[in-house]
Write a protein that binds this ligand. Structure first.
Ligand code: BG6
Length: 492
């Protein structure tokens, strides 16, 4: 049964409507909302692109490609026809101010509809496109703009983009997307923490030893080498996705959940992150780059070959030990790591509790392991609480690790929707709770900037790790030096 909530009719304009993101994520997400009956009859999706197609060429392209990105059982002719009929195409060269006629014609006389301008294009175009939208009188109070990450490549460029976009749109109309916030498993973090009583009293430095956040990917950079080589793991993943997850793990409970209260609390966490000195960068961060290795038993090239840049110093792996300097978290390290071409695709949060204060089973076989709560965000959403139990049987006490397991797919008998499905409909509804506010983005850049600088100035460059492994040995040292280890458990 569909649980979709109706939305008001809208026009959804995608700048970069023929690009990779539109084809892989945006159109499939909108199609699945169509399939669920959520798109009102008069709504349209308009691709604004330089690809030189016309509307029938665009519809054919989407018909040909959609099947690769939506589940087979959602593809039926009636839904597909309804969806394709919504698609329009406006040929446009973003930088050329005289070329907006096609889009303005399409949008003329549609003044009572919500208008979404989704900028799925290079960040350097965000400002110029917004200026053109204003100059062509396409922005009204019901318009919203969506900015894909990366928002700039450092604090200064992020501010410049925010200023340029902010000159046309009010902050409440600007939706900075971080698709991790649209993942069901990430949203569930807040519910797990704040809709249950037993965790919250333990969720602090009195009981928690440390926290790990890992987002590992098994794929390499593939065809995205051009973009990735100017970005790297710190900008591409850590500055946004991992820090947002950290915020949700570490934030205080807001009095109630709404669009500003959650973002206010996340911002406080970002501002409480201990700034990195050059010495901290050397000691508490690791950059890595994959070299040829094996992925699922098949030989794969190294990053430099994939990016076609033999001198590249771009990191494909980043690990950082962070500290949240506030009352709740004083002295609890947060170890973050992310990388491409790692052993497997796995995103998880590990909350390791302190050991029992006193070993009271002196004659036992085995020892009480510290409790660990492992929250797996993907691929299999779930939670596992690691405990110690007595192995049944006579002849003394044998302590053994056991776990309480919760799989969301089993509990709710349905797979979670894709993050973009939720987020795109939130944009249409005008609900920015799951989007990054300007101050959050800038605080995150301010925190990572010393790391970017330290790595740039380092003579050493990123450490090598073979494709198919869990990052460079320095990342192991980073945590083992503190008497701890990365959780490399089996997926939940
Ligand atoms: C994107 C990054 O934001 O997130 C990609 O640009 C990365 O490099 C992707 O692969 C990971 O997303 P997910 O949802 O597959 O974990």
């Amino acid at each position: 049964m569909s649980t979709a909530k109706p939305v008001e009719p809208f026009d959804f304009v995608v700048f970069g409507g023929t690009g990779d993101l539109a084809v892989r994520k945006l159109l499939p997400a909108l199609y699945l909302r169509e399939h669920d009956g959520e798109l009102p009859a008069e709504s349209r999706i308009i691709a604004a692109s330089r690809a030189g197609l016309d509307v029938s060429g665009y519809r054919d392209k989407v018909r040909g490609e959609l099947g690769r990105f939506v589940p087979e059982n959602t593809l039926d002719e009636a839904t597909l026809d309804r969806f394709l009929a919504r698609l329009e195409y406006a040929s446009i060269d973003f930088a050329n101010g005289n070329d907006w006629a096609a889009l303005t014609t399409l949008l003329a006389d549609r003044t009572n509809k919500t208008r979404v301008f989704y900028l799925a294009c290079a960040p350097k175009l965000f400002g110029p496109i917004c200026a053109e939208l204003a100059a062509n009188d396409l922005v009204d109070d019901d318009s919203r703009v969506v900015l894909e990450k990366p928002i700039g490549h450092d604090l200064e460029s992020a501010r410049a983009i925010n200023d340029a976009v902010g000159a046309v749109f009010e902050e409440a109309q600007i939706f900075r997307i971080d698709h991790y916030l649209g993942k069901e498993s990430v949203q569930n973090l807040l519910v797990t923490r704040f809709a249950n009583t037993f965790l919250e009293p333990l969720w602090n430095s009195s009981w928690i030893d440390h926290i790990q956040i890992t987002v590992s990917e098994s794929l390499g950079v593939g065809a995205r080498g051009d973009y990735y080589d100017t970005s790297g793991a710190l900008r591409d993943m850590l500055q946004n996705h991992l820090l947002q997850v950290l915020c949700l793990v570490a934030m205080e409970p807001p009095t109630y959940v709404d669009k500003e209260t959650v973002r206010d609390e996340k911002l406080k966490v970002l501002l409480a992150l201990k700034p990195m000195t050059p010495k901290d960068v050397k000691r508490n961060t690791v950059a890595g780059q994959y070299v040829p290795g094996l992925a699922d038993g098949v030989a794969v090239p190294g990053y430099k070959d994939e990016a076609d840049n033999p001198d590249s110093r771009t990191e494909t792996f980043a690990a950082v030990k962070a500290e949240v300097r506030n009352w709740r978290w004083a002295g609890v390290p947060f170890y973050l790591r992310t990388g491409k071409r790692m052993e497997r695709r796995l995103s998880e949060i590990v909350v390791q509790f302190k050991p029992v204060p006193h070993p009271m089973f002196p004659d036992s076989e085995g020892a009480a392991e510290p409790n660990k709560l492992v929250i797996q965000l993907q691929p299999n959403e779930g939670m596992r609480l690691h405990m110690t139990a007595k192995q049944p049987g006579p002849g003394g006490v044998r302590l053994r690790p056991v776990s309480l397991d919760l799989s969301y797919t089993e509990a709710f008998s349905r797979p979670s929707p894709d993050a973009y499905e939720r987020l795109l409909m939130d944009v249409v509804r005008g609900n920015p709770t799951l989007f990054m506010r300007r101050d959050e983005v800038e605080a995150a850049w301010a925190w990572v900037e010393p790391i970017l600088l330290g790595w740039k100035q380092s003579e050493q460059g990123p450490r090598r790790y073979p494709a198919g492994t869990n990052g460079p040995t320095d990342a192991t040292t980073l945590i083992e030096r503190d008497g701890r280890t990365w959780h490399e458990g089996a997926p939940a």
